[in-house]
Design a protein around this ligand. Structure first.
Ligand code: TXA
Ligand code: MG
Length: 318
């Protein structure tokens, strides 16, 4: 990039996507909307471009990146799909599921993307802007969430600029993300085992039931190991103490409500969990910006996507 201090704000139209593709071709960084959260994209086949992601985020080099593709065919050039991985991808893609699969020996992927692992995390996003961008580029895009390391994931272009303004070349403003939580991550191992590495918007139990040849249960052996550092306990920090399961907030707390508990910002007055997931990070961004020194959050039912919400909240509270 010519001037490190200026981040271009691009419209999510044909001209904006063309400009983003041009920046990416030259090895630059562009934040892009997806249906989960905004991703910080760079060409996955360039060591230099990938190094810029780690530098802009302040991300430790041992934490690997997700590679985004525009089709299952493009994914197959990069990783080995077993029959059940293929079936899982057909069910879930495009969508909020990331598959961790054995990387192909000569895949055109920069070494730093996998941080030395023999596996590759792959996702085909459902957002039309990200899809068109990958198509227009012709190469796959590595993209972690578009925030400084350990900060809350962004669900708007403004959230992206809160921590990355001046550190990246451009952001495409595609409005709010529909799901609002990072993708579910499923590792499919050589021996056939399925491991849930991160809970998210995509229901892995339902997927397991729908895919022939899937194992009889989901393992979670990969959780809380260095293999998926996103699962390490302290992550997604709003930078203030956070209290969970709060029915009545205290005076110096910014209260995030749900259902009958109104609070200063309600995730969903009618108690809808999908809406709560979509609004969770916006609520945490508001709470972080407020003048209250502490944050409290109402109980969220631990079912469906509520599990992924509670997973993120526990990490934010740690
Ligand atoms: O929804 C999402 O997944 C968003 C959008 C932009 O696609 N991306 C995202 O990326 O959340 P990030 O970097 O914030 O989280 C990726 C997670 C990290 O916890 C990383 O450790 C894990 O994926 N990961 C990446 N490659 C892996 C691999 N080969 N094995 C295990 N975990 C891996
Ligand atoms: Mg992240």
């Amino acid at each position: 990039m010519s001037d490190k201090n200026v981040t271009e704000r691009l419209l999510a139209d044909a001209a904006g996507i063309a400009r983003a593709a041009e920046i990416l071709r030259e090895g630059g960084l562009v934040a892009v909307p997806t249906e989960t959260v905004y991703g910080l994209a760079a060409r996955a086949d360039s060591d230099e471009a990938i190094a810029k992601i780690y530098a802009a985020k302040g991300r430790p080099s041992f934490n690997p990146l997700i590679v985004h593709v525009a089709s299952i065919e493009q994914g197959r050039m990069l990783a080995d799909f077993t029959a059940s991985a293929e079936a899982a991808a057909r069910q879930a893609w495009p969508g909020a599921l990331t598959l961790v699969l054995p990387i192909r020996p000569r895949a055109l992927i920069a070494d730093a993307v996998t941080a030395g692992l023999s596996t590759l995390a792959l996702r085909m996003p459902a957002h039309p802007v990200m899809q068109r961008l990958i198509d227009e580029c012709g190469f796959p895009l590595a993209a972690p969430s578009a925030n400084r390391s350990n900060a809350i994931s962004p669900t708007t272009a403004d959230h992206v600029l809160e921590t990355l303004d001046g550190r990246i070349d451009a952001v495409i403003d595609g409005g709010e993300c529909e799901k609002g939580l990072e993708s579910s991550i499923l590792a499919i191992r050589h021996g056939g085992a399925w491991e849930e590495l991160r809970s998210g918007p995509f229901d892995l139990e339902a997927l397991r039931n729908a895919v022939q040849g899937a194992p009889s249960a989901l393992g979670d052996n990969g959780k809380d190991t260095i293999e998926a550092p996103g699962q390490l306990v302290k992550h997604y920090s709003p930078g203030k103490p956070l209290r969970l399961d709060v029915v009545e907030g205290e005076g110096d707390e910014f209260v995030i409500g749900f259902g009958p508990i109104a609070g200063d910002y309600s995730l969903s007055e009618v108690g809808n969990l999908d809406d709560a997931a979509a609004r969770l990070y916006a609520a945490l961004h508001e709470a972080a910006k407020s003048d209250r020194p502490r944050i409290a959050i109402a109980p969220i039912p631990d079912q469906g996507i509520g599990k992924a919400i509670n997973d993120r909240l526990r990490r934010a509270a740690a």
